[in-house]
Design a protein around this ligand. Structure first.
Ligand code: PMP
Length: 325
């Protein structure tokens, strides 16, 4: 657990214990709080699984000190794993589809990792296949497999969930974006143990197929929101439909408008997945206020996974056309 009131020996000791801050635009009677994950040393929620998963994999002997971690990632996971790998004495290789932000790839390299790009058209599935091929070629390598490894969910069950309940006595609803779904599943499992009636909502970009897990119709399409969503639910092995009440598809334009509003009105410099999470959290809060959702308490917790600074080269604060074009 992070302690900010004493000197620390490594940035790894600063992972987690991020602030939980009110989203002020919510309805009068229902509070919304966001966990600000850009306060982590690698500036995203993924530092949590970097530290947690690599420590467990080393403990279990799945990889030895001096070995290599190979992971397919949209970027933030690479940064989180790169920080942890460096501090724990591991080499790191990341396989990143080309479309993801250049800032992230520069940061991974700065942290000492090797970055290998795969074609955008091959999607995350192509990156996953390439990571396994690379690991097979190395002597002592492990693929943590954030998309299927229960340690991903466990990291959030052990850290993010308890931190939320340390900061807040009563949580009515949990709303979070799903990339691997580790963040939402870990928090949701912990939340349902505190109160089985806690309302849980997943967030995905419009054009993503997570809704199919709940039997909803979805038509696949491209989206610009980065870090959440899926084009192939077979790769999202951590998603547990029984822990989720609803899945909200958020259009790129709404997420973009909201991330700009969060900066202009509330001082939050957050990425597009946080914009989408905020739109959905406000929607859930309004539904609770209107009696359309029966939540056990008048509060909604969401997660802002990373910072807008990671997307300045993509024109995140330009017009919608500039950002999405
Ligand atoms: N937002 C961003 C910016 C991310 O990088 C990720 C991780 N892919 C997420 C949200 C979703 O987190 P999770 O993988 O735990 O569902």
């Amino acid at each position: 657990m992070t302690e900010h009131d004493r000197a620390l020996s490594s940035v790894l000791d600063t992972v987690g214990n991020t602030p939980l801050v009110c989203v002020q635009a919510g309805p009068a009677d229902v509070s919304i709080y966001a966990k600000l994950e850009s306060f982590n040393p690698g500036a995203s929620v993924k530092d949590r699984i970097g530290a947690y998963m690599l420590e467990r994999l080393l403990e279990r002997g799945d990889v030895g000190e001096g070995g290599t971690v190979v992971e397919p990632t949209a970027g933030n996971t690479g940064i989180g794993f790169a920080v942890a790998a460096q501090q724990l004495g591991l080499d790191a290789v990341f396989v990143v589809p080309e479309r993801f932000s250049l800032e992230k790839q520069q940061l991974m390299r700065a942290l000492g990792a090797e970055v290998i790009n795969t074609p955008t058209d091959d999607g995350m599935g192509g990156a996953i296949d390439r990571a396994h091929e690379l690991a097979d070629e190395l002597d002592d390598a492990v693929v943590p497999q954030q998309f299927s490894n229960p340690l991903n969910t466990e990291a959030h069950y052990e850290t993010t969930g308890p931190e939320i309940y340390d900061a807040l006595d009563e949580v009515g609803a949990v709303v979070a974006g799903c990339g691997t779904a580790g963040t939402l599943m870990g928090i949701a499992r912990y939340a349902r143990e505190q109160n089985p009636d806690t309302y849980v909502a997943a967030v995905e970009p419009e054009g993503s197929l997570y809704g199919e897990f709940l039997g909803e119709d979805r038509s696949e399409g491209e989206y610009k929101i980065e870090g959440i969503g899926t084009h192939n639910t077979d790769t999202n092995e951590l998603f547990e439909p029984e822990l989720v009440d609803d899945i909200y598809p958020i259009p790129d334009e709404h997420a973009h408008e909201e991330l700009a509003r969060l900066a202009a009105e509330e001082g939050h410099l957050v990425g597009s997945s946080a914009g989408a999470a905020s739109v959905a959290a406000r929607h859930v809060a309004t539904q609770i206020a209107d009696g359309e959702i029966d939540a056990p308490h008048d509060s909604v917790v969401t997660v802002f996974p990373d910072s807008s600074e990671r997307y300045l080269s993509k024109g995140i604060y330009g017009s919608f056309e500039e950002w999405s074009g």
